[in-house]
Design a protein around this ligand. Structure first.
Ligand SMILES: Nc1ncnc2c1ncn2[C@@H]1O[C@H](COP(=O)(O)OP(=O)(O)OP(=O)(O)O)[C@@H](O)[C@H]1O
Length: 455
C-alpha cells in the first residue's frame, strides 16, 4: 500500500522561532501542506480548511490546551491533534490523551524528530482509513441493485423498487424464494444502499450451524461457559453492531432458540451464554427462507409471534423459470464474466443452446444457471456453446411433463409423447425414433410443422 497521500498540517505555536523549527522539519516532505498560526483563535477560524493534523502548543496566549482541544474536536472529530508542551507534566499529558489527543510531546531538542515520527504514523493510519473507505465504496458499488441483480423482467424491475424502499428505513426484511434465487444478494444490496453501509454485513446460515453451537454463535459466550469455550467471544448480533445481521434459512431455527430470538428482538439486548449481563445491540435484521414461513406457523414448527416480528417487509423472489428472457441475459453475463476472469475468448451461445436454456426448469435457479454456463464455456469447442455442452439435469418425474388430456386428438397426444421422449433424450431424434419404434422422418416432420420442438 502506498502512503504517499497529501495531508494538511496546522502548526499552532506562539513562539515564532519554535514554530519555524517545526515547520522546517515537516516541510521536508513535499506531500505536506503546512499552515502556521500563533493563536488559538487564528487556528479555530481556519478549521474549515479541514486539516488532517494539528500540532497544538499547550499554553497559548488566548487559550489553554485542553479547552482548545475540545473546541477543535467539536468541529473536526476526526482530526489528529498532537499536543506540545513546555514542561513534562504527566498529569496534563494523561488528561489530554484521555481527552482524545493523538500524542503528547515535550519541547526539547528531540521534539522535531519525535513530531516527524508521530506525523508519519498518523499518515499511515490515514492511508489505511482511505484504503478502507475505497474498498467499502467498491464493495458498495458491486452491490448496487442494478449492477449486482441482473434482470429485465417486470419481477426484477419491481424488486429494484422494493430494495430502494427497504434501504430507506430500518424495517426488518424477510426474503423468501427457492434456493439460488438471489436472497443473500438482495439482502446485501439493501444493506449497501442503506445508511448502515459503512458497518458490517454479517450473514449466518442457521441451517449450517449445529444446534448446540448456534446460540453462542448468535449471542456470544463467556470464557468457560461450556466445554470448548476457551475464551470469551462476542456473538453475531454484536458483530453486526450498526450494520446488518442476515439470518439465512430462519425456518430451521428450533423452537427453544425461536423463543430466545424473540426475547432478544423485543428487548434489543443479548445475553451471552454463561453471563447475566445484558448487552444492547443495534443491528438491522434481515431473514431469508426457502420455505413458506406462514405454512410453518400453521403446522406448529414456527412461533406465530416471532413470525409477525420478523415479517416486516416481505420480498418474494420468483424462480428463474418464471423470469422469461432473463435466463438468457444472465447466461450471457455469467459467460462474459467467467471468460474474462479466465482470460478466455468469450464464447457465444448457439440458438439451439439458448432454446434449451429457455425450456429448462432450473431447480437450482440462478446458482445452477451460473454453474451450467461456466462448465459449458469449458466444454465448448470453437468458441460456441451447443446444446450438448449444457450439463442440464433431466427434468424430474412429474416436472415439465405435458399432461395428457382425454379429449385431445390422437395427433396432439402423439406429439406430446414424442416431445416428452425428446426432452428426456436431450433432443436426440435417432434415439427417440428407436425407442418409440417410429420413423425418424415422422419426427422431423413434426418438428417442421411446429408440433414439437428440439430444446
Ligand atoms: N439476478 C441475479 N443477477 C446476478 N447474479 C445473481 C442473481 N441472482 C442470484 N445471483 C447469483 O446466484 C448465486 C446464488 O445467489 P444467492 O446466494 O444470493 O441465492 P440464495 O437465494 O441466497 O441461495 P440459498 O437459498 O441457497 O441460500 C450467487 O452467485 C449470486 O451472485
Amino acid at each position: 500500500m502506498s502512503i504517499s497521500i497529501p495531508i494538511t498540517i496546522f502548526i499552532v505555536e506562539d513562539n515564532a522561532w519554535y514554530g519555524e523549527l517545526l515547520e522546517y522539519k515537516l516541510a521536508q516532505n513535499p506531500d505536506f501542506t503546512i499552515r502556521r498560526f500563533t493563536t488559538a483563535q487564528a487556528c479555530l477560524s481556519h478549521l474549515s480548511e479541514k486539516p488532517d493534523i494539528i500540532t497544538l502548543d499547550y499554553s497559548l496566549p488566548d487559550g489553554k490546551g485542553d479547552q482548545v482541544l475540545q473546541q477543535i474536536q467539536e468541529r473536526l472529530p476526526d482530526v489528529a491533534v498532537i499536543a506540545i508542551s513546555g514542561q513534562e507534566d504527566v498529569r496534563t499529558a494523561i488528561g489530554l490523551l484521555r481527552q482524545g489527543a493523538y500524542d503528547y510531546l515535550v519541547k526539547d531538542e528531540e521534539t522535531a524528530d519525535r513530531l516527524w515520527n508521530s506525523v508519519n504514523n498518523i499518515r499511515k493510519q490515514l492511508a489505511l482509513r482511505q484504503e478502507n473507505t475505497r474498498l467499502k465504496e467498491q464493495i458498495g458499488q458491486k452491490y448496487t441493485p442494478e449492477r449486482a441483480i441482473l434482470g429485465n423482467s417486470p419481477q426484477i424491475q419491481h424488486l429494484y423498487s422494493l430494495i430502494d424502499k427497504a434501504a430507506r428505513t430500518n424495517i426488518t426484511v424477510s426474503i423468501s424464494g427457492e434456493t439460488g434465487t438471489g436472497k443473500e444478494l438482495v439482502a446485501k444490496a439493501i444493506h449497501f444502499r442503506s445508511e448502515r453501509r459503512d458497518a458490517a454485513f454479517v450473514a449466518v446460515n442457521v441451517a449450517a450451524i449445529p444446534r448446540e453451537l448456534l446460540e453462542s454463535e448468535l449471542f456470544g459466550h463467556e470464557k468457560g461457559a461450556f466445554t470448548g469455550a476457551v475464551s470469551k467471544r462476542i456473538g453475531r448480533f454484536e458483530e453486526a453492531h450498526k450494520g446488518t445481521l442476515f439470518l439465512d434459512e430462519i425456518s430451521e431455527l428450533d423452537l427453544s432458540l425461536q423463543a430466545k430470538l424473540l426475547r432478544v428482538l423485543q428487548e434489543r439486548e443479548v445475553v451471552r451464554v454463561g453471563s447475566n449481563t445484558r448487552v444492547p445491540f443495534d443491528a438491522r435484521l434481515m431473514v431469508a427462507t426457502h420455505r413458506d414461513l406462514g405454512q410453518e406457523v400453521k403446522e406448529g414448527r414456527f412461533r406465530e409471534d416471532l413470525y409477525y416480528r420478523l415479517l416486516g417487509l416481505p420480498i418474494l423472489l420468483p424462480p428463474l423459470r418464471e423470469r422469461g428472457q432473463d435466463v438468457l441475459l444472465l447466461a450471457d453475463a455469467f459467460l462474459h464474466e467467467f471468460c474474462t476472469q479466465n482470460s478466455m475468448v468469450t464464447c457465444s451461445i448457439s440458438e439451439a443452446a439458448r432454446q434449451k436454456l429457455l425450456h429448462y426448469n432450473f431447480p437450482g435457479n440462478v446458482r445452477e444457471l451460473k454453474a451450467v454456463v461456466e462448465l459449458a464455456a469449458v466444454l465448448a469447442e470453437n468458441d460456441q456453446i451447443h446444446p450438448q455442452d449444457l450439463p442440464l439435469r433431466h427434468p424430474q418425474a412429474g416436472q415439465n411433463e405435458t399432461p395428457l388430456i382425454g379429449n385431445e386428438s390422437l395427433r396432439t397426444q402423439t406429439a406430446a409423447i414424442v416431445q416428452r421422449y425428446l426432452d428426456a433424450h436431450n433432443g436426440n431424434i435417432l434415439q427417440v425414433a428407436a425407442k418409440l419404434q417410429i420413423g425418424k422422418s415422422t419426427i422431423y416432420r413434426m418438428v417442421q410443422n411446429n408440433e414439437i420442438r428440439i430444446r
